[in-house]
Design a binder for this molecule. Structure first.
Ligand code: TYD
Length: 221
């Protein structure tokens, strides 16, 4: 999708559950704000009032019998709302939007995990997201076992918060397909997707995220 010359930036974070996306997203937001940029952070599914309602349906482990195609449609319903209500207005006024997950997650989880295929996902992206692509996607690559253990630990501690475990009940083969697809996307679109090794200490990964953003989007070397 073409945008105005003086537009903001759209950065997405991707990776397996529990790979540390949210922490790195917040730290990057802080770093960019310190440089005087207007930064908005958001997430998918969710990010708008309507999107958060959709998120509750999608992630609550009490949701049972949701057909894979209905799941895919709801992911895109939330996304279409977010693009219209949050992302486009922000980047058009020059702000930077940092989003926790976007269409790559649908390609990995629904396309590969649920085995609906990448074509279905990319077709919906074209129609419902007007082909809006991030300027940069940070893909945090972590070991499957470490990611899942971290996600499960986090959920044990999240007492009183919304139950968002529906995907985490999936089996190992599901997450292996998800991870493989994320890596395939990075391989297919190296100009957009920066693959960052998240097995290293948090501070090292954080530095790598910031250097990547500075080099790729701020033209600093
Ligand atoms: P998220 O809140 O990022 O969870 P986590 O912090 O554990 O990574 O994402 C919620 C879940 O939604 C996650 O398991 C991945 C799933 N998801 C999809 O399956 N498809 C999608 O298109 C998106 C955006 C998320």
């Amino acid at each position: 999708m073409r945008r105005e010359a003086h537009h903001g930036r759209f950065i997405t974070f991707e990776g397996l559950d529990g790979c540390g996306k949210s922490t790195h997203l917040e730290r990057l937001a802080e770093f960019l704000r310190q440089r005087g940029l207007e930064v908005l952070t958001t997430r998918e599914p969710g990010g708008t009032e309507i999107g958060e309602k959709i998120r509750a349906i999608l992630l609550n482990s009490r949701t049972q019998g949701l057909a894979p195609l209905a799941e895919l449609a709801l992911m895109f319903a939330s996304r279409a709302q977010q693009i219209s209500e949050v992302v486009l207005p922000a980047i058009n006024r020059g702000a930077w939007v940092l989003c926790d997950r976007y269409t790559d997650s649908s390609e990995a989880y629904q396309g590969a995990g649920r085995q609906l295929g990448a074509d279905a996902v990319l077709t919906l992206h074209r129609v419902l997201c007007l082909s809006l692509q991030p300027d940069l996607t940070i893909l945090l690559d972590n070991d499957l076992a470490a990611s899942l253990a971290r996600a499960r630990r986090r959920n044990l501690h999240a007492e009183g918060e919304a139950d968002e475990n529906r995907f985490e009940q999936e089996n190992r083969a599901f997450f292996e397909r998800v991870q493989k697809q994320f890596l395939a996307i990075a391989h297919r679109e190296p100009e957009r997707v920066a693959l960052i090794d998240a097995r290293r200490p948090l501070e090292v990964v954080q530095q790598d995220v910031m250097t990547t953003v500075c080099e790729r989007l701020l033209g600093e070397h």
